[in-house]
Unconditional design. Structure first.
Ligand SMILES: Cc1ncc(C[n+]2csc(CCOP(=O)(O)OP(=O)(O)O)c2C)c(N)n1
Ligand SMILES: [Mg+2]
Lengths: 324, 326
């Protein structure tokens, strides 16, 4: 075991897999010599050389399109998109090509790659360095979507993603890149895709969160406990395919649900989660499911602490749900 | 002869004043950033001022300008009030974007400043659209579209230039080549580092020069602006320049040597302009000019400091029913 933060854990997963499998290549803007703007790929350029750790021009469509072609040829590319806000020039490649390749070619060409990209608010980045576009990818059939909340899961999920036969969007919550620390195994391990974790057990209210907002949900749960409300907190870890069984099991126990996410409310992933809960556990519900989310506006530069669903916004929703 | 020389110095002094105003405003912004009063991303224009100032000097107020996130200097050169800029950096309600945008979103409608833009390449077709509208309306306006050397690798650049060339639109594309795209030098991301040659494939005129002398920038961009205005012909101009600070405030710039930086600072266009004024202009006038810049900067900072934060009610839906309805 080694104590690491998220950046170190992701770096260690990349290094581990590049050593193990020489089909794995990393590409993106400033990922080579500079080691990435968040230093996630630091040291890989020196260790593996410029044909495996590739500095690209500023060209997201080119990066992802080219990575898809590499994958068709059997390489395992792990492109980095510098911020998930900059993924949209590549959205066409992801939606039109990557997500459909396996299906379109009757399974002959499993275009498989892992797109790593920082996500979410917390650095006062404003409109273009704060967004959470996960639902835009969950909606596209053919993609898996992952978002870890701690170093152990970050490394284990990245290794699982690289070894998974499907394309994976790997969202890294930048707010906790360095703040979340924990023990990470030195030996080979994976965290299975599609499996949520119960971060806190409880019997009154089920809270569902992921990434950086997990910690806000846990903080709200601590505060709720002082008022006699006992929350169960689920860390989704994989957003798609979602671990609906774990969610339903918890909801059957509590009958009350609060979903927390940074993305705007309308058509955010919370909407899908609540629809699934209604379909599968309607008769167990004791209160209307609630969403605590970002607002339906662009992510503002100021008012970040109002816009984000931080504990001070989650707690009242939890108490209201508990007392409904 | 003497009269004409005096006139040239007056003109140079007005350009120097703008460059100095931009430099000093950004130095104060950097200071406020270090104190946590400005957050997130702050991309300084320090070192590149001659490009924006020289280029905008060729325009009328009605002409359009659109640029990237490195936008403070160009916005000021286009006429934006320093207070509105500084307040935006501070995230205050009196900022040009109501404090909700920040550094990368300098908009100023009265001066037809179509904004700073955070997505590389995204604004280039927008500039082309503005030029299209000018031609459509026969209003004689020109659009200057600024972008960095990194942008010429992305689709928006090619789509924009291709359309402007096809439709012969009154636009000047200005690539501010400062040799780096974040921490990566141009030589590692472009097979042909003479950016101006991209014009050849689209069949439009091109130019390429260093921005050491603000008067030369004005003169060379002026030719392209006249071509746009009189012949409705776009031009791609590559202006060679250099940023003295990191890419943004969080970048210590370790990818370049101290010697390289020092060599570039020797050519600082601001100092070059001042040297000329010291030699050929009135010392008392120069001192008064610099004092007036200081006062203007101080007033802008005070305005930003004293202004209120936006109210949380702005977090309502931003359709035309929301707080931005007008
Ligand atoms: C589509 C997109 N991809 C990536 C980024 C992140 N990014 C911001 S600035 C920058 C470098 C741009 O360099 P250049 O165009 O030379 O402009 P300069 O910063 O030198 O003025 C990058 C990669 C972005 N803003 N937009
Ligand atoms: Mg550049």
């Amino acid at each position: 075991m080694t104590q690491m933060n998220m950046v170190q854990a992701i770096n260690s997963a990349l290094r581990h897999e590049m050593k193990r499998d020489d089909r794995v290549v990393v590409l993106g803007e400033d990922v080579g010599k500079v080691g990435g703007v968040f230093r996630v790929t630091q040291g890989l350029f020196d260790e593996f050389g410029d044909d495996r750790v590739i500095d690209t021009p500023l060209s997201e469509g080119g990066i992802i399109g080219c990575a898809i072609g590499m994958a068709l040829y059997g390489l395992v590319p792990v492109p980095e998109i510098q911020f998930s806000d900059f993924i949209f020039p590549a959205y066409d490649q992801i939606v039109s090509e990557l997500a459909k390749f396996r299906y379109r070619s009757g399974g002959e060409y499993p275009s498989k790659l892992v797109i790593r990209t920082p996500v979410g608010g917390g650095i006062r980045g404003g409109h273009y360095h704060s967004q959470s576009p996960e639902s835009l990818f969950i909606h596209v059939a053919g993609l898996k979507v992952v978002c870890p909340s701690n170093p152990h899961d970050a490394k284990g999920l990245l290794l699982a993603s690289i070894r998974d036969p499907d394309p994976v969007l790997f969202f890294e919550p930048k707010r906790i890149y360095r703040a979340a620390k924990g023990d990470v195994p030195d030996e080979d391990y994976t965290v299975p895709i599609g499996k949520a974790a119960i971060s806190r057990e409880g019997k009154h209210v089920t809270m569902i969160a992921w990434g950086a907002m997990l910690y806000e949900a846990l903080a709200a749960a601590d505060q709720a406990a002082e008022q006699g409300v006992d929350c169960e907190v689920i860390d989704l870890r994989t957003l798609w395919p979602v671990d609906i069984d774990t969610i339903i099991e918890s909801v059957k126990k509590t009958g009350r649900v609060v979903v927390v996410h940074e993305a705007p409310k309308t058509c955010g992933f919370g909407a899908e989660l609540i629809a699934l809960i209604n379909e599968k556990a309607f008769l167990h519900l004791e209160a209307p499911p609630v969403r605590v989310t970002g607002f339906d506006t662009p992510f503002p530069y100021t008012l970040e602490n109002e816009y984000l669903p931080l504990a001070h916004r989650i707690l009242p929703a939890v108490l209201e749900t508990a007392r409904y | 002869m003497l009269g004409r020389q005096t006139m040239d110095h007056e003109h140079l002094a007005s350009l120097y004043r703008q460059m100095l105003l931009i430099r000093r405003l950004e130095e104060e912004a950097a200071r406020a950033y270090a104190m946590g009063k400005i957050g997130g991303f702050l991309h300084l224009y320090i070192g590149q001022e001659a490009v924006g100032v020289g280029a905008c000097a060729t325009l009328t107020r009605d002409d359009y300008v659109v640029t990237t996130y490195r936008d403070h200097g160009i916005a000021i050169a286009k006429g934006m009030a320093p207070g509105a800029m500084m307040a935006e950096l501070y995230g205050k309600a009196t900022g040009c974007s109501g404090g909700l945008g920040g550094s990368m979103h300098m908009f100023d409608k009265p001066n037809n400043m179509l904004g700073g833009h955070g997505i590389i390449g995204g604004h280039i077709p927008l500039g082309v659209g503005a030029a299209f509208a000018s031609k459509y309306n026969k209003d004689g306006r020109v659009t200057l579209c600024f972008f960095g050397d990194g942008a010429v690798s992305i689709q928006g650049f090619h789509e924009g230039v291709s359309l402007a060339a096809l439709w012969k639109l009154p636009i000047v594309f200005i690539c501010e080549n400062n040799e780096y795209s974040m921490g990566t030098p141009l030589s590692r991301t472009l097979s042909q580092t003479d950016v101006s040659l991209k014009a050849v494939g689209y069949g439009i005129p091109h130019d390429r020069f260093f921005a050491t002398d603000v008067l030369e920038v004005e003169q060379r961009i002026g030719q392209a602006v006249e071509r746009a205005r009189n012949e409705s012909m776009p031009t791609l101009v590559e202006v060679r320049t250099y940023r003295f600070r990191g890419h943004s405030m969080s970048d210590p710039g370790k990818y370049r040597t101290a010697a390289e930086l020092e060599e570039q600072k020797q050519k600082d266009p601001l100092i070059q302009a001042r040297l000329k004024l010291e030699l050929g202009w009135d010392a008392a006038k120069l001192a008064a000019l610099e004092a007036s810049v200081e006062a203007e900067v101080e007033a802008a900072v005070k305005f930003a400091e004293d202004s209120p934060e936006p109210d949380a009610s702005v977090l309502e839906p931003t359709t035309y029913d929301g707080p931005f309805a007008s």
